[in-house]
Design a protein around this ligand. Structure first.
Ligand code: SF4
Length: 454
């Protein structure tokens, strides 16, 4: 799961609208959470635009408000509850406003509690059910005649698009609430995904990232049991596609065939996110992750043997119930040994209904809040030093940058290794692949100059 990556933004609603659409056909979508939520919101916005709605910049300008929620951490839920508090005033002033709470906060286990406690919400909808949300929009003027594609109605399609390939998760990691909210794993059929990717590329996208909670397990529930490697091959063959990535892998599911396929396909980028979560077998067992540190290390060795220039990123939770100082030091040592390009670090946050929330009730297992924070900062300091050194390897090299847009007067894009790169150029290079010579590096990004256009 992408349990650490948080994006907090309206997916498309920031685009100022100058059309004369009345308030009765304006929507406002607000998103907190991982790339899966961002992708769901993109689809929702495309579908709402397809049925005749326009985006609003502020909730008070919309008659249909959707909050796409995340419950991976308590802090994410608090943000959503704060936003819902703001909507009380909007509902008071415009009682016909329809408010939908969507996403991972809504599950069969808590729906009735929310229905009592959140009177400003008109409807509660489970994660990823885009059609169910669209059906609640009160004033559509068209009906959807094709599945909603995130790029379907954009005047300028984004360069990089995330495409969900599976929903839900069959694992039972002790700390994770996602299986309770997103349900059992469901893979989308290969043909459906390939057709969607082809249409997205035909409309101008250059890069596709295939998304799943355990993307490597895609296909095991489909007839013939296709594997992610088969899907990568099929999507890779789409004419016009320049880059292909996938998120998020799981150490228990990654196969040698997948590694070999990524290494062989030239447009499959050398960039793998493989969450380890902890560097101690004892904690991995408490977390019910289903692998050992030795298995993880062996996978990293195979990946690096197949792709010596690969970027490796990981997710780590510190302060999980039962994590001792010695366990945490094992995590530090593993990071120092593997030298990840990036580590998404989170201090453990107990989620109601999970095993780890029960474990935290045991004083012998609970890690004090200040200790969790201290461990988080210590790991961050170590990773900042490692990332500084890792990124410095690109100094003086020319990397191919897929330009995504402009940022503070510079062009912003990503290298094959998924490094953020900034450079100056007089022309609009959005959507182009540009060779950039790296002149400066930091733990977070690279700076450079265009080294001639292709
Ligand atoms: S249960 Fe485990 S594998 Fe599944 S989404 Fe949660 S952390 Fe990821």
């Amino acid at each position: 799961m992408q349990d650490i990556l948080f994006v907090d933004a309206p997916a498309l609603s920031t685009r100022p609208d100058r059309d004369a659409t009345p308030r009765s056909r304006r929507y406002y979508v607000w998103t907190v959470g991982c790339q899966m939520n961002v992708s769901d919101s993109e689809r929702l916005e495309a579908a709402l635009q397809a049925v005749g709605y326009s985006p609003a910049r502020r909730p008070e300008e919309a008659s249909f408000i959707v909050l796409n929620s995340c419950s991976v951490r308590e802090s994410a839920e608090e943000r959503i509850l704060g936003k819902l508090g703001e909507l009380v005033r909007v509902k008071r002033e415009w009682p016909d406003t329809r408010v939908v709470l969507w996403g991972c906060m809504v599950g069969p286990d808590n729906r009735s509690i929310f229905e009592q406690r959140l009177p400003m919400v008109d409807h509660f909808v489970s994660p990823s059910a885009v059609d169910a949300v669209v059906a609640l929009a009160p004033n559509p003027i068209y009906t959807l005649d094709e599945p909603a594609l995130p790029v379907a109605s954009w005047a300028h399609p984004p360069v990089s698009v995330h495409v969900p390939i599976q929903y839900g998760c069959n694992m039972t990691c002790a700390y994770c609430v996602i299986p309770l909210r997103r349900g059992r794993e469901r893979s989308r059929p290969l043909d459906e995904i390939v057709e969607e990717c082809a249409r997205i590329v035909a409309r101008g996208a250059r890069e596709i990232t295939l998304l799943g909670q355990i993307v490597d397990s895609w296909g095991h529930d489909l007839p013939g049991r296709p594997q992610l490697a088969d899907l990568l091959e099929a999507v890779h063959a789409i004419p016009g596609l320049q880059r292909l990535r996938f998120l998020t892998s799981h150490p228990a599911w990654m196969t040698d065939r997948l590694i070999a396929t990524v290494a062989r396909l030239p447009r499959c980028m050398p960039d793998i996110n493989l969450p380890v979560q902890a560097g101690s077998d004892r904690v991995l067992k408490l977390m019910r992750r289903g692998y050992t540190v030795a298995r993880y290390r062996a996978l990293i060795d195979k990946i690096r043997a197949a792709m010596p220039h690969v970027s490796l990123t990981t997710d780590i939770i510190v302060g999980h119930p039962g994590e001792t100082r010695a366990d945490f030091e094992a995590t530090l040592a593993l990071c120092d040994e593997i030298r990840f390009d990036k580590v998404h670090i989170a201090a453990f946050s107990a989620r109601p209904g999970t095993l780890a929330a029960e474990q935290e009730q045991d004083p012998a297992l609970a890690v004090p809040e200040e200790e969790k924070e201290a461990r988080r900062r210590e790991l961050e300091r170590l990773q900042e030093r490692i990332a500084t050194e890792r990124n410095a390897r690109f100094l003086g090299q020319t990397v191919e940058v897929l330009v995504e847009g402009e940022s503070k007067g510079k062009w912003r894009g990503r290298s094959p290794n998924n490094k953020l790169v900034f450079f100056s150029h007089p022309e609009d290079l959005t959507g182009r692949l540009v060779p950039v010579r790296v002149t400066r590096s930091s733990p977070w990004a690279l700076q450079g100059e265009a080294a001639g256009l292709p």
